[in-house]
Design a protein around this ligand. Structure first.
Ligand code: ATP
Ligand code: MG
Length: 423
């Protein structure tokens, strides 16, 4: 069996609690996504500084923590890394629906790849809010002469080609702060990728995307989600609620410090109080509290359950918005550190009336167990995303040039997007 070994790809996830870097390469055993596997050769994480609520508040602190993370990952792989695929998230991200319309150019009215590119490019040219930059243009479906829901229009015949796209935008200043911080570590940016899209890349199979599935990443202060159907992204959202809200509730409920509350959550957190005996108790002193204090485990679980139910309710509200509540056959896949809470999938199944599982990075061969972790999905997904883009012909001329004052060259990379997003 021939194995094409590809160049090293790095995925950098600048999270609110940890900065994580995964380095890997795609090994192709043949054509097609199912024949490519990801080998992770190095992974590192360091506590993050200078990031709050997914947003950079000190470039200097981010530079030093990213540098530390990079150094430690480079030591693992034994070679210097000069560029990375970088995740971007936060409440500044917005998504807009857009339509692009073009006349089919060929005289015989056969739709060409160029027509599709032009249609997508046209959908990109929406009136973006001031001080926002386009991160992704995600074509959802095409319409040819009024016939909607066409998935792949190339080769079909028509006069008028329309595309319905979802445009993902981020605040220009947030994008600048992020890119500035990364460049200052000496790393080049291959591209910025919405973190939840990368995470989905790591934890989903193509089949799940086809059937209909949602990925939910529970982070520190935000919960991001993406919904796929027929292989396409149909919805994304970033909700302003995350795992730190649970910690805060515990701190208030148990009248203890945030640090103790966080330790209690990680050690004993569970969101199914019905399954916990009334007699079970925890001594807060065992988690670093200054004095012995016994708390009922069931009470702790009730506090957590209330907040998780609220998070699930907000997730369901997003499904209701797109009319998919209790209607996604492949259900919900939970990832991110906040999903490590015991009983989460059980509660989610009940409340969302959908199958629910935990999403660990899939089809990954790794030299380090570190990446088989719910909180590493985004970093691993970024490497997968990079691998996919490289196999589609991503190169220096298709780069967006984030350092050159924004998205000036984004248009040229669209070809790759189209290829990557249309099966
Ligand atoms: N075992 C656990 N049980 C419950 N919660 C946990 C556990 N481990 C970590 N968490 C919570 O997960 C959150 C961190 O998740 P994660 O590491 O995915 O965030 P991040 O990527 O650093 O930040 P973000 O994506 O929000 O910018 C923290 O709030 C932490 O309390
Ligand atoms: Mg994260």
């Amino acid at each position: 069996m021939r194995k094409d070994i590809q160049p090293l790809i790095a995925g950098l996830d600048i999270g609110s609690s940890q900065i994580r870097l995964a380095i890997g390469q795609m090994a192709n055993r043949g054509e097609g996504e199912e024949n490519s596997e990801l080998q992770i050769l190095g992974a590192a994480s360091v506590p993050s500084a200078g990031v709050n609520r997914g947003v950079i508040n000190s470039i200097e602190d981010v530079v030093s923590s990213v540098s530390a993370c990079l150094e430690s990952a480079e030591r693992m792989v034994g070679v210097p890394i000069d560029s990375a695929w970088v995740g971007i998230s936060g409440l500044h991200i917005i998504s807009q629906h857009s339509k692009g319309v073009v006349a089919v150019s060929k005289v015989d009215n056969e739709i060409s790849v160029e027509d599709v590119h032009r249609a997508i490019e046209a959908s990109r040219a929406i009136a973006t809010p001031l001080n926002y930059d386009v991160l992704h243009v995600l074509p959802k479906y095409f319409t040819i002469d009024g016939q909607s829901n066409v998935k792949d229009p190339v080769g079909m015949t028509g006069i008028r080609l329309e595309v319905d796209s979802q445009i993902i935008l981020g605040s220009s200043s947030q994008i600048k702060n992020l890119t500035k911080a990364v460049y200052r570590t000496g790393l080049n940016i291959e591209d910025l990728v919405l973190s939840i899209l990368a995470a989905a890349e790591a934890v989903l199979t193509p089949r799940q995307k086809e059937i209909g599935v949602m990925v939910v990443n529970i982070g520190v202060s935000t919960t991001s989600l993406v919904v796929f159907e027929q292989g396409e992204i149909i919805h994304t959202a970033i909700l302003p609620i995350g795992s730190e809200h649970i910690t805060n509730d515990i701190a208030i409920g148990l009248r203890t410090s945030i640090d103790i509350a966080e330790a209690v959550k990680i050690e004993y957190g569970d969101c199914t109080p019905g399954q916990i005996s009334k007699r079970e108790e925890i001594d807060l002193a065992s988690l670093g509290a200054p004095e012995h204090e016994m708390i009922k485990k069931q009470y702790l679980s009730e506090i957590i359950e209330a907040r998780v139910e609220e998070i699930l309710q907000k997730i369901d509200a997003e499904l209701i918005r797109i009319k998919r509540n209790s209607l996604l056959p492949s259900g919900v896949v939970f990832t991110g550190g906040g999903s490590k809470l015991a009983g989460l999938t059980e509660l989610a199944k009940k409340q969302l009336r959908l199958p629910a599982v935990l999403g660990y990075p899939l089809s990954v061969i790794t030299v380090t167990d570190k990446v088989n972790d719910l909180s590493f999905s985004t970093a691993v997904g970024l490497v997968k995303w990079g691998g996919k883009m490289l196999s589609e012909g991503w190169n220096d001329t298709t780069k967006k040039g984030w350092g050159l004052g924004g998205v000036s060259r984004a248009g040229s990379s669209l070809k790759k997007w189209v290829k990557a997003l249309i099966p």
